[in-house]
Ligand binder design. Structure first.
Ligand code: AMP
Length: 629
């Protein structure tokens, strides 16, 4: 069921409580679609950290699983993209917090296999192992590997352990995607102090919004990377950043500029590109030309086969640039602003090095753009500055009040479902929809917990109540909304309401009551120490819950379709279901997922047939009545 959240604008502004961590190192991380990087503040300056070569600060956001079970991240993983695409995972950020239903349209764009057991569940990626069996990875685990690599990189650079970070996400990321990012950090052994919007970080990198100013500022952040385009309009007033609007295109970026050059050359020279190698080589040449033309007027390839001048390139790029400006216009309209209202325009992403882009964006907003920082590093540098503020190193900066521990409820299998994430601004109100898991269920227990562990048993129980008198309905039909409202004093009000019947029930809890700073710190450390085990436990419970649902619907399916299913089909379904039931009794989540996939593979065509038969029967029914009349 769709989740939604409403964030009330933060009301009270006061100096952050995080002063207790003054002087400690907190790093900033840009977890990007194509590249990721880590930065920190040293001697008052934000700097991005390079790898062993001392030069390259960008880590390709790619994870490769070797046949021997080793994990490679970054440049080493990128080398495997062509030779072992099914074990080399890129663009993980596009999958974070997404279900297969969200991604179906794009799944053929990926060189690896996304499993499609159920449209409403979060995706997993199947990677073939040496033993012929698939291993299943969630985007959270994969992002966790990238974050761990960045953690190790900065630890090697600084010669000290790093355990706290600020991580950036796109402004349009929803609750599930933000939570997934947090969980990835936790898996990498990082306490994620804050999730910051990328455009907010970019503004901070340019020093915008760091000081309390009397009048507010309105900022446009134009972010064109390798494969995605975002524009965000922000308003900053007295230390509070508010996202007024966002727009963009999730499949538009520097790759498309490269493709425009490739198309031009193939047409000009009437080339036929027959192999993947040929196509790969000409794309690389096109990217080289594009980059060169950002500073030169003409480009000629080393072998002299290809050449391009800047004017021709600009004509090729123009339609793509205009598409980004159309997005900017939509964002401005949504924010109800005109270009004169914009005080600063910030350029982010490697593709904004193209002079035509700087010029057209400047023309659009009618002012010079901010482009003095390296556009690949802006977000990470801003994240590092935010981290430095949190560490208490920047005295006269205002920060918002935040809630120190997550608040959530217990869901099926004893899992903690955090509704208000730790470090959320307060006051805040978040609503989420749930439904029943049993047919005719009349009561729903709402048990409220506080803490960072994945199983509620490891968290602190704050209270519980029962939403009763839900009218009997099949499982999954009732629409129960649970709302958490946390006020500035840490008082939590929880309300549950069944929309179809209007039944509602609520409770008020003092969430911070009776918990000391030490206990809080202990709870956080505990969650870090147990992150890996917790994630494994959660993955197992989730796989089991899903398997149980599928087993239940398989049973119903057999009952409802016994009239036409053959004896062989019934036996085969029962055999697969039994395999799944056995796997559920065990503790291997990969085995459960595998059995689930096999049962689904077998039953999906039969389910389609059942549907066709129902439709045919219904059609017959209606034509029969028509004849009678
Ligand atoms: P990002 O995802 O922000 O790292 O952006 C990477 C994109 O920036 C790729 O499409 C690169 O080809 C592009 N890029 C990097 N340097 C330049 C340059 N000097 N001129 C034009 N595009 C560039």
């Amino acid at each position: 069921m769709a989740k939604f959240s409403i964030d009330l604008q933060a009301g009270n502004v006061k100096e952050d409580e995080a002063v207790s961590s003054r002087g400690q190192l907190i790093v900033g991380i840009d977890l990007g679609t194509t590249n990721s990087l880590v930065a920190h503040v040293a001697d008052g300056r934000a700097i991005a950290v390079a790898g062993e070569d001392g030069k390259n600060v960008l880590v390709p956001s790619i994870v490769h699983f070797t046949e021997d079970g080793d994990i490679l991240v970054g440049d080493e993983a990128r080398e495997k993209l062509l030779t072992a695409p099914e074990r080399t995972i890129y663009s993980v950020k596009r999958l974070l917090g997404k279900s297969y239903g969200d991604l179906k349209k794009f799944s053929e764009r990926f060189g690896y296999r996304i499993i499609d057991e159920d449209e409403d569940r979060l995706v997993k990626i199947a990677v073939p192992g040496a033993d012929g069996k698939d291993r299943y990875y969630s985007p959270i685990e994969l992002s966790g590997h990238i974050l761990r690599h960045l953690k190790q990189r900065i630890e090697a650079e600084l010669g000290q352990e790093v355990s706290r970070a600020v991580i950036t996400v796109p402004a349009y990321f929803n609750d599930a995607q933000r939570q997934a990012t947090r969980d990835a950090g936790k898996l990498a052994g990082l306490d994620v102090l804050r999730i910051v919007n990328e455009p907010t970080a970019s503004s901070l990198a340019y020093g915008i919004g760091l000081k309390e100013t009397d009048e507010g500022r309105t900022i446009a952040v134009y972010d064109l990377g390798g494969g995605t385009f975002d524009v965000s309009i922000l308003r900053i007033e007295q230390g509070i950043f508010e996202v007024l609007s966002t727009n963009g295109d999730t499949f538009l970026g520097g790759d498309d500029l490269d493709q425009a050059i490739v198309d031009h050359w193939t047409k000009e020279q009437q080339l036929e590109l027959n192999s993947a190698e040929e196509r790969g080589a000409i794309r690389l040449e096109a990217e080289r030309a594009k980059k060169a033309l950002s500073t030169e007027e003409v480009y000629r390839s080393e072998d002299g086969k290809f050449s391009l001048d800047r004017t021709t390139a600009e004509n090729l790029f123009a339609p793509l640039v205009e598409r980004t400006l159309a997005s900017c216009a939509r964002a401005m309209k949504d924010a109800d602003l005109t270009p004169e209202d914009i005080d600063h325009v910030i350029m982010v992403g490697g593709s904004t090095r193209v002079p035509l882009i700087k010029q057209r964006v400047g023309d659009f907003f009618g002012k010079a753009v901010n482009d003095s920082l390296d556009p690949d590093q802006v977000v990470a540098l801003g994240a590092a500055i935010q981290a430095d503020v949190l560490a208490g190193n920047q005295k006269d900066v205002l920060l918002l009040d935040i809630t120190p521990l997550s608040l959530g409820i217990e869901t099926v299998g004893g899992l903690m479902d955090p509704i208000i994430a730790r470090n959320s601004k307060v006051p805040t109100r978040v609503g989420r929809k749930y439904t029943t898991s049993m047919d005719g269920q009349k009561n729903l227990k709402v048990a409220v917990y506080q803490g960072e562990r994945d199983m509620v048993a490891d968290n602190r129980k704050l209270g519980e109540f029962i939403l009763s008198d839900i009218p009997p309905m099949p499982a999954g039909i009732p629409q129960i909304e649970i709302q958490f409202y946390l006020d500035a004093d840490g008082i939590l009000r929880v309300k549950a309401m069944e929309h179809r019947s209007g039944q509602s029930q609520s409770v008020t809890i003092k969430s911070q009551y009776g918990i000391t700073e030490e206990e809080m710190a202990e709870m956080l450390l505990d969650s870090l120490a147990n992150a890996e085990g917790d994630m494994a436990a959660r993955a197992l419970v989730e796989a089991r819950n899903e398997a149980n649902n599928v087993l239940l619907s398989t049973k119903k399916f057999l009952e409802q379709n016994q009239s036409w299913l053959s004896e062989d089909q019934v036996q085969a379904i029962e055999r697969e279901a039994l395999k799944l039931a056995k796997a559920v009794a065990g503790t291997d989540k990969d085995a459960i997922n595998q059995a689930l996939q096999e049962l689904n593979d077998f039953t999906t065509p039969l389910a389609h047939e059942a549907l066709d038969r129902n439709v045919a029967a219904a059609m017959k029914g209606s034509s029969a009545t028509e004849l009678d009349e």
